[in-house]
Write a protein that binds this ligand. Structure first.
Ligand SMILES: *Cc1c(COP(=O)(O)O)cnc(C)c1O
Length: 414
């Protein structure tokens, strides 16, 4: 029997209607578009360009009069499948995938801003985001005002007639401070601006910023979406008209995600819900345990009642969660200074010393000399990045082993 041309009784059954399904189901089912080969897992379309069956068809596709693939810089079915799935999970009309998290941020700003426009950005965002806005976008006449993320009055005061975007991360890195997304959505609306939330730390499994009033949600898919530290990617989600602008930039600039990376990260999405529950459960246990250790000054984890933003964190979680979950990242201050913090880090054995997060492997890092090393002493002070601060992104190893590892570290300064 030849397997070249499958005979398919009910081709429509291969791509069923997903209307009304739960986000957990959509994380596993949405976006996939099976071919008549009947592949169960999405195929990887590893092709740079696509064939047209006639000159007329080519013309119609290029003119945008008929749907269909043209060239993988901007049309690739594997990338499209990843985008469809993310949009469903974030409750967005459309998603656009990008080569990295930074490419997502760059593409969004380039597509939506022009010279003379203004951005208001939280001071507590990913360091490279600050550099992109402050050093590069400013060269093209787009000015950014950085504000204290929790100070709503400061956001309000920073708004100008030319303000086009508001940008934040919640929770923030590494102290997990929260920003009131609903309040900022209101300010943003009053000024006809767009509110952008970088949802890397919590993901759609815990928090859906669009439900809270955000216009755009973006991700470094490199982190929890992939979840296993395998590749770099990014994605932006929001309303169709806004995404079409961002897609237009990506088509011209080539800030495109590769089909292979899209395929890998799409698999990651299938376990995002269960991983985020497990990460949150482990982090909560580690946070509670750390609070009781004599070598610890303070623990920052939004799930702890002692965290200054605990209530705000709870109020921004998805309402359909079976129980409150607060993500996998926490930080803590040890007694002493940088020497002590480094000793703790160096005395762990298995935990990975790396600035990455969102991996099944637990990672440990010293923010003051790595991720936040470029900040001036005053800015570090203001951001709470003290020399004795350590960040841990709690992974999925045995919780006993994780605690044992940290105990081994703390023993070095006991
Ligand atoms: C890693 C990260 C980014 C940048 O993403 P890349 O995929 O590394 O380009 C942006 N925002 C946050 C919060 C991040 O953790």
């Amino acid at each position: 029997m030849s397997s070249k041309k499958p005979s398919v009784d009910r081709p429509e059954r291969l791509n069923p209607d997903l209307e009304g399904l739960d986000p957990a189901t959509l994380a596993i089912r949405a976006g996939s578009e099976r071919t008549l080969q009947g592949e169960h897992r999405d195929a990887i379309f590893a092709t740079s360009s696509f064939l047209f069956s006639s000159a007329r068809e080519a013309a119609a596709r290029f003119a945008g009069d008929e749907p269909g693939n043209i060239y993988s810089r901007f049309t690739n079915p594997t990338v499209r499948a990843f985008e469809g799935r993310v949009a469903a999970m974030e409750g967005a009309e459309r998603a656009v995938a990008t080569a990295s998290g930074m490419a997502a941020i760059l593409s969004t700003c380039m597509a939506l801003c022009q010279a003379g426009d203004h951005i208001v950005c939280s001071r507590s965002v990913f360091g490279t985001t600050t550099v992109l806005l402050d050093k590069y976008l400013s060269r093209f006449g787009v000015e950014t005002t950085f504000v204290e993320q929790g100070d709503i009055a400061a956001w309000k005061a920073a708004m100008r007639d030319t303000t086009r975007l508001l940008y934040l991360e919640s929770p923030s890195n590494p102290l997990c401070r929260m920003t009131d997304i609903r309040a900022l959505a209101e300010i943003s609306r009053e000024h006809d601006a767009l509110l952008i939330v970088d949802n890397v730390f919590w993901t759609s499994a815990l928090q859906r910023p669009i439900d809270l009033g955000a216009d755009i949600v973006l991700h470094s898919a490199t982190k929890y979406m992939d979840g296993q530290g395998r590749c770099i990617g990014g994605v932006v989600c929001g309303k169709e008209a806004v995404m079409e602008e961002i897609f237009g930039f990506l088509r011209s600039a080539g800030t495109t995600l590769s089909p292979f990376n899209a395929w890998v990260i799409q698999s990651g999405l299938e376990t995002l819900d269960v991983r985020m529950r497990a990460h949150s459960d482990h982090a909560m246990q580690v946070a509670r345990w750390l609070e009781e250790q004599p070598e610890i000054e303070t623990v920052f984890y939004p799930g702890l009642a002692s965290h200054p933003d605990h209530e705000l964190a709870r109020s921004q979680l998805r309402e359909d969660l079976p129980e409150p979950l607060f993500g996998g990242v926490l930080s803590f201050r040890v007694s002493g200074g940088q020497d002590e913090a480094w000793k703790v880090i160096d005395s762990t054995r298995v935990i990975s010393i790396t600035a990455n997060l969102g991996d099944v492997r637990t990672t440990i890092t010293h923010p003051a000399t790595t991720t936040h090393g470029r900040l001036s002493p005053e800015d570090k002070d203001r951001a709470g990045i003290t020399p004795n601060l350590i960040r841990v992104a709690v992974g999925l190893e045995s919780i006993d082993d994780i605690r044992e590892e940290l105990r081994r570290g703390l023993d070095a300064i006991a």
